[in-house]
Design a protein around this ligand. Structure first.
Ligand SMILES: [Zn+2]
Length: 95
């Protein structure tokens, strides 16, 4: 099968990225900081560089459906990490 045919139906996604994008948005909204797209993506980049990626193959129609469930401990550690990174961006915004 040609790779281009293959990629019409399925996509390779880092499921950690989907999770971080969603969580960072909600954590940033609770901090007193700039909420612009640049600060949001800078925070996501800082967080993602500290976490191992978790790649999954998905149907293109349901990209968001396969975010893995996390246990409470990981959930808390993730929230702490995102908060730390958001504060770094808040204190040194790149704009
Ligand atoms: Zn900003």
């Amino acid at each position: 099968m040609e790779i281009s045919e293959c990629c019409e139906k399925y996509a390779l996604r880092n499921s950690v990225e989907e999770l971080i994008l969603a969580k960072t948005k909600s954590i940033m909204s609770r901090l007193n900081m700039c909420q612009c797209e640049k600060c949001f993506l800078d925070t996501c980049a800082l967080v993602l560089n500290k976490l191992p990626p978790k790649y999954v193959t998905t149907d293109k129609g349901c990209l968001m459906a396969k975010v893995p469930a996390m246990d409470a401990r990981n959930e808390l550690e993730l929230a702490i990490l995102i908060t730390q990174c958001a504060k770094m961006v808040r204190d040194n915004p790149c704009h």
